[in-house]
Every structure is written in C-alpha cells, then in structure tokens.
Design a protein around this ligand. Structure first.
Ligand code: NAD
Length: 297
C-alpha cells in the first residue's frame, strides 16, 4: 500500500484564491484594501526571505502590505511605539512582528503590545486564551494550516487518537488545542516522553513538530494513520556541497505504512503564509464589523 500525498502546495494555492475573492469583496464594501503590516527587526537572512514572501503574497491577494524594517540595534521602546501606531492605524488590519527578535528585546512584552484583534499570528496571550476556551480569536498560522489539511483529508476528526510531537507555543501547543476542539483524544509528546515510538503507534493522526531530521520512523506509524510533518530540516545532499530539506518523518518509510502523508517541501510549509493572509483578512472583516460566514474561509 502507498499512502496518499497531502498536497499542501495546491491547498495553499486554493486558499489564496479564496482570500483574494474575499479581499476584493472587502475592498468593494469598504472602499479600501485590507492591510497587513509586517515588522522586521535586524537582518536575519531567513527572516528577510519570509518577510519578502509575506509582502509579495499579501499584494498578490489584493491586500495592502506595510513593511517596516528596523535596524538590529533599535531600542525596544521604539519598536513598542511603532506597534502602538499600527494598533491605531485604520489602514492596518493585521500586525505581524517577525520572530526571532534581537537578544535585547523581550519577545513576550513585544507580542503583548499588539492589539489582540490585529494579532494575525495568534501569539498574544489573549488569543492563546481564546483558543483554550473556544472563543473566536486568532490561531497561529502553521497549526491552523495543519488542521485545514487534516479536515480536508479526513472530514470529521471526532474520536480519533491524535499525537502531537513537540510542545512549542508556535506549533505543538496550539495544534493540540485545535485537535481537542475537533474532539480528538490528544496526546502531546515531547523531549521527555518515555517510549515515544509506542505513543506514536496509538495515533490515527500524527503531527510531528520537533526539528529533528527523519526522527519518526515507519515502524512507529499505525497502518493507515494520517501523518502531518511540520519539520523543516536542512541536511547534506548526495551531491557534494549541496543540501536538501527533509521533515521530522522518514517520508519514504511513512509512505509505505500510513494512509496519507504531507511531503517536505510542499506539505505544511506553503500553508503558513496562506493562513497568515486568511487571518489578516478575517481581522479586517471583524474589525470593520462586516459579516463573514464561519465557513467562508
Ligand atoms: P521548537 O524547537 O520550539 O520545539 C520543538 C519541540 O520538539 C519541543 O517542544 C521539544 O520538547 C520537542 N522535542 C525535541 N526533541 C525531541 C525528541 N527527541 N523527542 C520528542 N520531542 C522532542 O520548534 P518549533 O518552532 O515548534 O518547530 C518545530 C519544527 O517545525 C522545526 O523543524 C521548524 O523549522 C518547523 N516549523 C515549520 C513551520 C512551517 O512549516 N511553516 C513553521 C514553524 C515551525
């Protein structure tokens, strides 16, 4: 048996089309484009690439992109003042501060300064709390993208055993909350979990968000399980001096056992920015007091 490949790239493209349609409808209703502001402090090369893609895809979706690039030695107070200004700017619906921030800044303090109703990344404690108690808010983009792929693949998730490997605030914990809200029986595994292979073998749904290349082996996976691989790891390629990307799951092995698997690249990765645009657009509708059906996007 060969598992189905979950095509996150195609799903993300269709999500961007929906965002584009709703962004056009928003502009027609309000006379302005929905706006996403992205703040980058410093010159981290990976962050620069992300910020560039976010800006490009925001504009392609028919939304306004506001990029703020600050030098690495910017005082924290200046960043907080910029966030304050974006919080009250009526052209800005979503705000994202690219992480990691330089060492002299307190990330939690900076995130706490963002208006929770413009928090497109869903990292503010108010949104973390809203997710916990089941109130509408904003959910971190990567786990929400994983949930969209799972629901598209499986339909109802109710009653399924889900194992999330990783307990970060950005992926593991919100992923577990989302699966719980879908009535899964959720286990969160992490670096101190005993006998991880046995824990994973119980799972109908495995979400791996660890950052260790090909850690999850084929014989850990229950036959027919759905495997979502969030990991992005760069490893040496066969060709001298080249590298390639692999996930946290042994992809070839999983394909022989699982029911469906996300590839790396082309699985979870493309979903993150598409969901960011979705979150910014939802923020625009909500903050403008416009109706947006729960299942619209
Ligand atoms: P993190 O380093 O914050 O968290 C890793 C988690 O893995 C920790 O909770 C830790 O307890 C757990 N862990 C570490 N070693 C383990 C082990 N041996 N067994 C079981 N659990 C172990 O990482 P993160 O930010 O959650 O990201 C995880 C991975 O997902 C990384 O590869 C990252 O690059 C990737 N990622 C991808 C996207 C995307 O696709 N857009 C977004 C975010 C993160």
């Amino acid at each position: 048996m060969t598992a189905a490949i979950i095509d996150g790239k195609a799903f993300a493209a269709s999500l961007r089309v929906k965002v584009g349609e709703l962004a056009a409808a928003f502009a027609a209703k309000t006379g302005r484009k929905a706006g996403l502001a992205v703040v980058l402090v410093g010159e981290d090369p990976a962050s620069q690439v992300y910020v560039r893609s976010k800006g490009k895809q925001t504009v392609e979706a028919g939304m306004a992109s506001f990029e703020h690039k600050l030098p690495a030695d910017t005082p924290e107070a200046d960043l907080l003042a910029l966030i304050d200004q974006l919080n009250t700017d009526p052209a800005v619906d979503g705000i994202l501060v690219q992480l990691p921030l330089p060492g002299h800044m307190d990330e939690q303090k900076v995130i706490a300064a963002i208006n929770p109703d413009k928090d497109a990344d869903g990292f503010h404690v108010i949104n973390v709390g809203r997710l916990g108690v089941g109130q509408p808010g904003f959910v971190p983009c990567t786990p929400l993208g994983c949930l969209m792929l799972l629901k598209d693949q499986l339909g109802s998730l109710s009653g399924l055993n889900a194992v999330v490997i990783g307990r970060s605030n950005i992926v593991g914990k919100p992923m577990a909350q989302l699966l719980l809200a879908e009535s899964c029986t959720v286990t969160i595994a992490h670096s101190r979990t005993k006998d991880l292979p046995a824990v994973v073998r119980r799972a109908d749904i495995v979400v791996a968000a660890v950052g260790r290349p090909e850690m999850v082996k084929a014989d850990w996976i229950k036959p027919g399980a759905t495997v979502i691989d969030v990991g992005i790891n760069r490893v040496p390629a066969a060709e001298e001096g080249k590298t390639r990307l692999v996930g946290d799951v042994d992809y070839a092995g999983a394909m022989a056992v699982a029911g469906a698997v996300t590839p790396v690249p082309g699985g979870v990765g493309p979903m993150t920015i598409a969901v960011l645009l979705r979150n910014a657009l939802v923020a625009a509708y909500r903050n403008a007091g416009l109706e947006l059906a729960a299942d619209a996007i």
